[in-house]
Ligand binder design. Structure first.
Ligand SMILES: [Cu+2]
Length: 131
């Protein structure tokens, strides 16, 4: 009675079930990875240049970009609010609200040097150099 055909019929559904559960496990891992890498729940990951606002500082303090690029400031300083306020020739160009979390974006269309500070913490300084 040992018959190859019978054996094939029995193993085929079992193999299908194993593949289905392996797929479910892979999907679960993908979902977990997506959650853990997304530390800022307020926005999708920016694709352009980023300035981190944390530890009472802008990082990098000086960022060089090309004209037309959009800079994203990411505010994450343990609940301390900061803003981005242009000084000098950037005074009319750059102004965010006070933020303790989330992001502020600005697109720089004209080449130049744009200095900015935080209205609450004048010791914080940043510069965007637009080529
Ligand atoms: Cu500040």
């Amino acid at each position: 009675m040992h018959n190859g055909r019978t054996s094939t019929i029995h193993t085929h559904p079992r193999r299908t079930r194993i593949q289905a559960s392996a797929g479910a496990v892979a999907l679960t891992f993908a979902a977990l990875a997506g959650c853990s890498s997304d530390e800022d729940p307020s926005a999708a990951a920016p694709t352009g240049p980023v300035v981190e606002v944390s530890g009472m500082a802008y990082s990098p303090a000086t960022l060089t970009i090309d004209a037309g690029e959009t800079v994203t400031w990411e505010f994450d300083d343990r609940g301390i609010a900061h803003d981005v306020v242009g000084t000098g020739n950037a005074a009319t160009e750059l102004r965010s609200t006070l933020m303790s979390t989330g992001t502020f974006t600005h697109t720089f269309t004209d080449p130049g040097t744009y200095d900015y500070t935080c209205s609450l913490h004048p010791d914080m300084h940043g510069t965007i150099v637009v080529r």
